[in-house]
Each structure stands twice: as C-alpha cells, then as structure tokens.
Design a protein around this ligand. Sequence first.
Ligand SMILES: [Zn+2]
Length: 152
Amino acid sequence: MATDLKDQELLVYESRIKVPYTWSVGEVGSRFLTELKENKKIWGTKCPICEAVFVPPKKTCTFCFVACHEWVELKDEGVLQTYTVVRYDSDLIPGKKPQIIGIVLLDGADTGIAHMIDGVSPDQVKVGMRLKAVFNDKRTGQILDIKHFKPI
Ligand SMILES: [Zn+2]
C-alpha cells in the first residue's frame, strides 16, 4: 500500500443531517409573526424613499439601504408569481405530495412571499392566478401560521 495519498481515489458519502436550531427573528420579524399569530394579519414595511413594500417585512430597504419604519397592512390576497412542484417526501416541506410551492405577490406589496399553494392540482396551477391566504386555526408565531394559499 502506498503511503502517499495523492493518488488516493476520493469517495463521496451521501447522507442527510438534521440540525435543530433557534435564532432571533429580530424586532421586525417578531412583529410580523405576532400579527400572523394573534390577528391573522399580514404586514409589510415600506421604504420612505422608493416606497417599495416588503413582505415579509424588512428593516432596511434592499434598494435604498435606508430604514423602513412605516408598516403597511396588506390584504391576504395576491397573485402567483412563480411556482415549483415538490414530488418527494421531506420533513422540511410539510403536506402531502405533490406539493406546490410558490411565490405570492400580495396586493399592495412589491416583493413576494414564498409559501405552499393548495386547492389546485399541479396540472391546473398557473402563474398569475389569484390566491388567498388560509390561516391555521392554531397559530404559534411562525410563517406556517399561514397554512397555505388557495385559489380564489
Ligand atoms: Zn427603497
């Protein structure tokens, strides 16, 4: 056996890891999630310069780099901007498969929110379709307090 490893074939080990973690969502994220949990309301923040409305809310405008202090309540309805269909089971993506994951641009917002789309089959889903948020009855202060978006 050679002692020099430069000719050693490199093997790749494929596996999965699950790493539990916690982190602060910050003051902006806390207000956003608290409104979902307690009032079933979706709020965004508005840039004082370009007037872009961010949902989920951002503390700082990603275009102007200024603080967004103004809060804007948004309707729970919007338009599907894009989507993909997940066809495999995963702990990370709850719900039965196939599962549609989309970006929903809520009315009055300038950025979309990623979420699950239900109530429409993968062969019927269309970019531009109108959607409405469906809230979970039991909410815990997380993005999944919105159960999914459904066609209207
Ligand atoms: Zn801005």
